[in-house]
Design a protein around this ligand. Structure first.
Ligand code: NAI
Length: 435
């Protein structure tokens, strides 16, 4: 069946991605037995726990004692959960937990093989912290940032050894999301990429190597997709219809529910930085802007597109459309299910084509794997571009051209799609391994 063929395809992509020698030809990975983690927050604590789970020694550093205590507590809770799921014996969990130490100083960092920076998302703070870290690290140690939206190259400018620096972008929650984007900066050398890649594999993750660029791969594709959900609201589609159509397509949850989970403030901030980096086509949809002016933050404050009762989702908030006021159309001519699906999916395909154009990721297969492992894109469809390849590129081009004419210029087809239509070949043919 097509689903079987797709799953097999994903299996092969995953296996290939986990072989460092194949994914990073020419790079030699050095062993990573001890790591340092800077910033003991949600991500730092999660990365520390995962590393300790895999028997790597961890030293965490923060600027506040309570953050270190919080990071250790977070790790302890994850180990306890593993014990209650019978994945670990209590004694094993205790022993692994002792691998994590923390403090406010750089103790333990000079002997670390790799250091992950996971402090607040601010370029000036990250530059200062990374420069300080570089001063205490061994010359051969890899220094990596977990940034989700800042430029790896902009951070590298502050460093004396940019060749040893890269991005390792884990997704939240760290113990559950399989993808790690390994971001190779302009100056990063291959041994550094290979070491970070092999480290991610040792943690049980699926690494995808990419170049520096706004949102890297997954967040860059989610940007226009989430924004399109906002445009659909503006055109009169209901919250229920938008999320239902996405789930029927196979996404683990709809885009509006996803924004509630991420936090409407964080989603808005990410949307603004994508707009600044990528221009007009990412101009935030009016309903998302309007919502940003309310006190709704999504699940974390119990109010978003949905209501939450003691942390559990309790249906679409009937008041949300009132909160959006003039930003949504009420003329009754709302997009139907077919049009919702077409707009959501094609906004992703068009951005994916631009990512390939920009050479952020080398192959269509790696892009597909990143979306499956990092956003839950349905594996039975084999990946975003494999799904797109089931249509002739000329029909993709026609669909995008009519959306650009009827819905908005943001659907203007990416040059790559025009090229593929002219050359009569699909994404996998044009961007396969070795192309
Ligand atoms: P957080 O706010 O939970 O933790 C940040 C920690 O860094 C805090 O404990 C803070 O005290 C500490 N810190 C601040 N300045 C410091 C300094 N100079 N030295 C040492 N520690 C310092 O933040 P979170 O969510 O863990 O994010 C950390 C990084 O991971 C950010 O770059 C973020 O963009 C990225 N990220 C976050 C994801 C998420 O969903 N939360 C997903 C993927 C990446």
């Amino acid at each position: 069946t097509p689903a079987h063929a797709s799953l097999l395809h994903v299996f092969h992509l995953r296996e290939a991605a986990r072989k460092t020698a194949r994914a990073v030809p020419g790079g030699t990975a050095r062993p990573v037995d001890r790591i340092g983690v800077i910033g003991a927050g949600i991500m730092g604590g999660g990365i520390a726990q995962l590393a300790a789970y895999r028997d790597v020694d961890v030293r965490m550093k923060d600027i506040r004692d309570d953050a270190i205590a919080g990071g250790l507590q977070h790790a302890r809770e994850l180990f306890d959960a593993a014990v209650s799921r019978r994945k670990l014996r209590p004694s094993e969990a205790d022993r692994k937990m002792t691998r994590i130490r923390g403090g406010l100083d750089w103790h333990g960092f000079p002997t670390a093989d790799l250091v992950v920076e996971a402090v607040v998302e601010r370029l000036d703070v990250k530059r200062a912290v990374l420069t300080e870290a570089e001063g205490v690290l061994d010359d051969r140690a890899v220094l990596a940032t977990n940034t989700s939206s800042l430029s790896v190259d902009a951070m590298a400018e502050a460093l004396a050894r940019p060749e040893r620096f890269c991005g390792v972008h884990f997704f939240n929650p760290v113990h559950r999301m399989p993808l790690v984007e390994i971001v190779r900066g302009a100056a990063t050398d291959l041994d550094t990429v290979a070491t970070a890649h092999a480290f991610a594999v040792a943690l049980g993750k699926v690494p995808v190597v990419c170049r520096d660029g706004p949102g890297f791969v997954v967040n860059r594709i989610l940007g226009p997709y989430l924004n399109e959900a906002g445009h659909l609201l503006a055109d009169g589609a209901s919250v229920e219809a938008i999320d239902r159509v996405a789930v029927e397509f196979g996404m683990p949850m709809g885009p509006l529910r996803l924004m509630d989970e991420v936090g409407l403030d964080i989603a808005r901030h990410a949307g603004d930085s994508m707009y600044a980096a990528l221009g007009e086509r990412l101009e935030p949809a009016a309903p998302l802007v309007a919502l940003g002016e309310t006190d709704r933050l999504g699940r974390k404050n119990g109010r978003g597109f949905y209501r939450y009762d003691k942390g559990r989702e309790a249906g679409v908030d009937p008041d949300v459309l009132n909160a959006l006021g003039e930003a949504v159309s009420r003329d009754g001519d709302a997009p139907d299910d077919g049009s919702i699906r077409e707009r959501l999916v094609l906004s992703m395909v068009n951005e994916a084509a631009r990512i390939l154009e920009d050479r952020i990721v080398a192959t269509a297969g790696e892009l597909d794997l990143a979306m499956i492992m990092g956003s839950g894109f349905p594996p039975f469809r084999g990946g975003l571009l494999r799904f797109a390849d089931a249509h002739h590129p000329r029909s993709l081009l026609e669909m995008l051209e009519s959306l650009a004419a009827e819905v908005g210029a943001r659907f203007e087809p990416a040059p790559t799609i025009r090229r593929l239509a002219a050359e009569d070949r699909g994404f996998y043919a044009a961007f396969g391994p070795g192309t």
